[in-house]
Write a protein of this length. Structure first.
Length: 192
């Protein structure tokens, strides 16, 4: 395998695109409660397209294999599928979302956990390396910051649960995060 640091530019070089988007222009956010539909009009086209991919992955979670290895400074994940379309969705999703974290482009979705919010907040403390396989992608994410390492490992466990259980796990996660999401909205307003 040839490991490449994953940056916004490397993601583009890997042929990653926001599947199904006409543009990546941002639309105004706000006004809608966090419990609104994930495809409501306050979402940008890249986020809407990415959620469509997430829904496909969750619908076909039984076609996905995932191995997570905790590292002293982070995590190594291998996510694959024997289904070529699902494998391509995995590659695109992992690459685009890693690039969004690195750019600090938080899509602000109801399914985001405290761990994922920490990763967006601590984006400059994460080094990501990716390599595609024939069936998916290997991602190594490391940090020297204890909070960030814990968040990387927690997020990897959360994704594994989504892969294991599919849509029911997503719905439970959204309900569990509801209180956290309301606090996130309040903090966003206070920053303005």
């Amino acid at each position: 395998m040839r490991w490449r640091p994953l940056s916004v530019f490397a993601a583009a070089a890997l042929g990653v695109c926001f599947v199904g988007t006409a543009s990546n222009a941002q639309s105004p956010r706000g006004g809608m409660p966090r419990t609104a539909s994930m495809t409501s009009t306050d979402r940008d086209s890249a986020t809407i397209a990415q959620m469509a991919v997430v829904h496909q992955l969750l619908r076909h979670h039984n076609r996905i294999t995932r191995t997570v290895t905790k590292l002293p400074g982070g995590v190594r994940t291998l996510t694959e599928s024997d289904d070529p379309l699902i494998a391509q969705h995995i590659k695109n999703h992992v690459s685009t979302m890693t690039a969004r974290v690195m750019a600090g482009d938080d899509p602000d979705l109801p399914l985001e956990s405290a761990a994922l919010r920490t990763l967006f907040r601590n984006k400059d403390k994460i080094r990501s390396y990716a390599d595609t396989t024939a069936k998916g992608i290997v991602l190594i994410q490391i940090s020297r910051d204890r909070e960030t390492i814990a968040a990387l490992q927690q997020h990897a466990a959360e994704v594994s649960e989504l892969v294991r259980r599919g849509m029911p796990a997503l719905h439970e996660s959204m309900m569990k995060n509801d209180g956290m999401m309301m606090n996130h909205e309040r903090m966003k307003k206070e920053r303005r």
